[in-house]
Design a protein. Structure first.
Length: 197
């Protein structure tokens, strides 16, 4: 899988374009700001957007969605539990375990509530990676004190789901740089406090 990261806005949010080859299909993940950056890259690589994948409903990860939808007429994917607070049309409501195909690649939807009720990660077993949104970063976890956040849910998501990922899994978070789970288990104090390592 090829991945292009864009960083935008005051909160320095990460958005991604994922694809396998120039001229092929792609998905946009969490386009928070500056739709033109995504549009220009997609045009440069002659990509064909299949959809917009949202890890959660917050504006710093969804702000460019409307312009991308208008340009490419592609569906938005968002977990059902985040749809009410997103307050816009979602063509593809997501559930835990759903599968999204990108050529030979398969992304599995993993429901990881905590930052929001409907937060998800998009996980590729083949490429050994996960787009984690604001659930887990390289050095800390997403905040749980916003409207639909839950510290108890975050603890369960970390302990019962993310802690099961192997060290080689590389996370692409919603803010900051990515890293593999081996490094997360070395430097992410909040995660370590939860899983007891």
């Amino acid at each position: 899988m090829k991945i292009k990261r864009f960083i935008g806005g005051v909160l320095q949010s990460n958005g991604y374009v994922i694809y396998q080859e120039e001229g092929g299909p792609c998905y946009v993940v969490d386009p928070g700001y500056t739709a033109a950056n995504f549009i220009d890259f997609i045009a440069e690589k002659h990509l064909k957007p299949k959809g917009i994948l949202l890890t959660h409903h917050h504006y710093d990860h969804t702000g460019a969605v409307d312009k991308l939808k208008a340009r490419f007429s592609c569906p938005v994917h968002l977990h059902r539990q985040d749809m009410d607070l997103y307050k816009k049309e979602v063509e593809r409501p997501l559930e835990d375990g759903d599968v999204i195909r990108l050529g030979e690649e398969t992304l599995r939807v993993i429901h990881t509530p905590g930052h929001t009720a409907g937060s998800v990660c998009f996980y590729s077993e083949k490429s050994k990676l996960a787009f984690t949104g604001d659930t887990i970063f390289n050095v800390d976890l997403g905040r749980t004190d916003l409207e639909d956040g839950s510290e108890a849910d975050m603890i369960r998501s970390c302990r019962d789901i993310i802690n099961e990922w192997s060290n080689e899994i590389y996370i692409y978070p919603g803010h900051g740089d990515g890293c593999n789970m081996k490094k997360v288990r070395r430097i992410n104090r909040e995660f370590l406090d939860i899983v007891g390592e």
